[in-house]
Ligand binder design. Structure first.
Ligand code: CP3
Length: 348
């Protein structure tokens, strides 16, 4: 892998992450490479979703699509959080209109024996490292490249539910009925995630985001027992090997913000259900906040989007702040409306 990268021309997001002054508020959008872009859909018709993730040239091309169109301040590598369960030997398919489906989800703790551990990330996930390295070169220093992984609880819940769920009752049942085995699974995932994130930075990722998308299903006590310790461990262990800003996004986990502010992440991502001042106050002055416009606000007019975007910047303040949506952009959003959002942020 060629690690001689072109010089970075826009470091706004890295500056905001480190608490340094920024001329404009940096902005990127979760799922910015995705189905709302006609060029993504055109590539997607010819490919299976996970084959796209496994082909570095395709993953690179899709990562660059939104960067060519919009003045975004970061790129995020095209991949999925479910590549880690796949690396542990589980089969995951992406079904059109249905989302991810595991062919054999975990049912009882004995099923943990089927997981192929420890994961050699170079063998199993080397395709992500190659995609990152290629993309960092192809970006030509335009903006930083973000790497990511799902957090252990979110991945555990997918591995047990086998796909989407309204209640997470099967995976939460594990937490209550099999706490020891749940910890065993969470630790297996944590070990794989740490190596995976370190490998992404060594390949060229300049910032990392950990997605705890299923925080919202946990009670504060369950979060403290089964999510927080692993989120903390990931930060500590990754940081002993590489040094880039790290973001944790606990979707729906307002109750966890104070606790999360003490486990070492540079950035905490907020969903749209919390007021900017309240989120800011909960994470404290030494952490950068990211978020949190309602993704559905992009269905409004361009004018209304700009008003909401500017108002959001005023409420968060322009420093130690990274603008984003409160969750991923939806597939039926007009790309021109995303452009209005980005302009609204940069002009605020
Ligand atoms: C939970 C989760 C997943 N994947 C991810 C999360 C965490 C963020 C979140 O809470 O949404 C993370 C993810 N998924 C994808 C990215 C790529 C980078 C980006 O542009 O943000 C990232 C960062 C591509 C994707 N991941 C997926 C698509 C669409 C797949 C398709 O084209 O069929 C993309 C572009 C599919 C996916 N992948 C997943 C689901 C539930 C789905 C189906 C729902 C949907 O279709 O939006 C699992």
């Amino acid at each position: 892998m060629d690690l001689n990268f072109p010089p970075l021309k826009n470091d706004r997001i890295l500056r905001a992450a480190r608490g340094e002054e920024t001329d404009k508020v940096p902005v990127w959008v979760m799922r910015q490479a995705g189905r709302y872009l006609p060029e993504f859909r055109a590539t997607r018709v010819n490919h299976d979703f996970f084959s796209m993730c496994r082909t570095p040239e395709v993953a690179c091309e899709i990562t660059l699509q939104p960067i060519r169109r919009f003045p975004l301040d970061a790129a995020i590598i095209f991949s999925d959080i479910l590549v880690v369960p796949q690396a542990l030997g589980m089969e995951v398919l992406m079904k059109a209109g249905e989302g991810p489906v595991f062919t054999s989800p975990l049912v009882t703790p004995e099923d943990l024996n089927m997981l192929e551990t420890p994961v050699n990330v170079d063998d199993k996930l080397g395709y992500v490292f190659k995609a990152i390295n290629l993309t960092r070169h192809k970006l030509e220093g335009k903006v930083p490249l973000i790497g990511f992984a799902g957090a252990p609880w979110t991945l555990m819940s997918y591995m047990i539910e086998g796909g989407g769920s309204k209640t997470m009752s099967k995976s939460k049942a594990w937490l209550y009925r099999y706490p020891d085995e749940s910890h065993k699974l969470l630790q297996i995932l944590t070990d794989a995630i740490v190596d995976f994130l370190v490998g992404q930075v060594r390949a060229g990722a300049q910032m990392l985001q950990v997605f705890e998308s299923h925080a919202e299903y946990l009670s504060p006590d369950l979060f403290t027992q089964f999510a927080l310790p692993y989120i903390k461990q990931i930060q500590e262990r990754v940081r002993t090997k590489v040094d880039v800003p790290m973001c944790i996004f606990p979707k729906g986990g307002h109750f966890s913000l104070e606790q999360l502010s003490s486990v070492g992440y540079d950035i905490i991502g907020l969903d749209w259900t919390i007021k900017p001042d309240e989120g800011r106050q909960k994470v404290g002055p030494n952490i950068t906040v990211q978020g949190n416009m309602d993704p559905c606000a992009l269905y409004g007019t361009k004018e209304s989007i700009q008003v909401i975007a500017k108002n959001m910047v005023h409420r968060f303040g322009s420093q130690r702040y990274i603008a984003n949506l409160g969750h991923g952009i939806y597939p039926d959003v007009d790309p021109e409306h995303l452009a209005a959002f980005i302009d609204g942020i940069h002009d605020a």
